[in-house]
Design a binder for this molecule. Structure first.
Ligand code: SF4
Length: 87
């Protein structure tokens, strides 16, 4: 399982994530998407809301079971809930 860190260039693999070329977060601070414990993810979620590839990103994050960070307009907690609903 891929586990990105805040220092990863987390959208740079065009073979694995071709949709990333259109991601709204390409120029954003990755730290927004991997907030520290207790820090809200509102800034990242706001960027996701306007992202043209949100659905593809969320599908990828769910399929890859990405545990950390904001992906596809969801937090880690959101994705855990989605996984439980489909289990
Ligand atoms: S949905 Fe959010 S995390 Fe995914 S590519 Fe778009 S801006 Fe980035």
């Amino acid at each position: 399982m891929y586990t990105p860190s805040a220092t990863d260039s987390f959208l740079v693999d065009p073979d694995e994530r071709p949709w990333a070329a259109y991601a709204s977060c390409r120029q954003a601070d990755p730290d927004l998407f991997f907030p520290a414990e207790g820090v809200d993810a509102d800034a990242a979620l706001k960027i996701c809301r306007g992202c043209p590839v949100q659905s593809a990103c969320l599908e990828w994050a769910l399929d890859a079971r990405i545990r950390y960070g904001v992906w596809g307009g969801t937090t880690e907690r959101d994705r855990r809930r989605l996984h439980r609903r489909t289990a």
